[in-house]
Design a protein around this ligand. Structure first.
Ligand SMILES: NC(=O)c1ccc[n+]([C@@H]2O[C@H](COP(=O)([O-])OP(=O)(O)OC[C@H]3O[C@@H](n4cnc5c(N)ncnc54)[C@H](OP(=O)(O)O)[C@@H]3O)[C@@H](O)[C@H]2O)c1
Length: 238
């Protein structure tokens, strides 16, 4: 039986992906802080499921907890890092910026390191990071969020090249969603928001085809292209 761990499985995209993975025959490991939601999900799944409450902003404790979960599952073939946070922060409140960096940069990197090291030892595996279309350009109102997502995408590329150079059978996927209708995407500027179930289905397809990169949903590739080509003076007017 294939084994997958979803970090950030208590709600939103991660939760729905865990459901899809379980329906497709994966044993699933579920991580996030809200244990009650993880337990509800675990009890609702028909296949084998494991849970571990963890706050990834406490990176060293979370690394031990992920190692423990991998050991309990007898190894893992797929690790998806969906945990993330972000704030609209017009006043550049430092606490908000720091929380974003602690989760999206420190926590993400810690989890990616544990997964990558496990895959090196196991002789292969698949690491998936849920970055964002926000990785493409800086944000005036949420600078730490966009910068943290740029870090994620760049770090994932680094790990992919590292695996390739070493001839390791490790696949690394950078997933960049546009808006998905979850707690993280609320407010007046939201458009083309996909249902989290739709996002999870497309994400699962990207995992199956071992995509290096995918926009979720697919039509966000148009926005991705626009963001890349838009001159600074026009981007500043958005
Ligand atoms: N929704 C969008 O429009 C959108 C667009 C682009 C990218 N994304 C990315 O998609 C990912 C999933 O977000 P979502 O939209 O599904 O929102 P969500 O429902 O709020 O899910 C966020 C997940 O991250 C977990 N998380 C947050 N802080 C954590 C921490 N300190 N330690 C461990 N887990 C933590 C949450 O679990 P706990 O609170 O239980 O810990 C939850 O499971 C995020 O990385 C987000 O940046 C979302």
């Amino acid at each position: 039986m294939r084994r997958a761990i979803v970090i950030g499985a208590s709600s939103g995209i991660g939760r729905e992906l865990a459901v899809v993975l379980s329906q497709n025959g994966f044993a699933v490991g579920l991580m996030a802080r809200r244990l009650e939601l993880l337990e509800d999900l675990r009890n609702s799944l028909k296949g084998p499921a494991f849970s571990r409450p963890a706050d990834i902003s406490d990176s060293s404790t979370a690394m031990t907890l992920l190692d423990d979960l991998i050991a309990e599952m007898g190894g893992v073939d797929l690790v998806v890092i969906a945990s993330g946070t972000g704030f609209i922060n017009p006043d550049l409140d430092w606490a908000m910026e720091k929380t974003t960096l602690d989760v999206n940069v420190g926590g993400f990197t810690a989890m990616a390191n544990v997964a990558f090291r496990h895959f090196v030892q196991a002789g292969g595996g698949h690491l998936v990071g849920i970055s964002s279309i926000a990785a493409i350009r800086g944000s005036a109102t949420a600078p730490a969020y966009n910068a943290s997502k740029a870090f994620m995408s760049n770090y994932l590329e680094g790990l992919r090249v590292r695996a390739r150079k070493a001839g390791l059978a490790i696949v690394v996927s950078d997933i960049q969603p546009g808006f998905v209708d979850t707690a993280m995407a609320q407010g007046p500027g939201v458009f083309w928001a996909a249902a989290p179930q739709t996002a999870a289905r497309q994400l699962y397809k990207a995992i199956q085809r071992k995509a290096k990169h995918a926009y979720i949903t697919k039509r966000w590739s148009v926005i991705g292209w626009l963001l890349r080509v838009l001159p600074d003076f026009l981007y500043a007017k958005l």
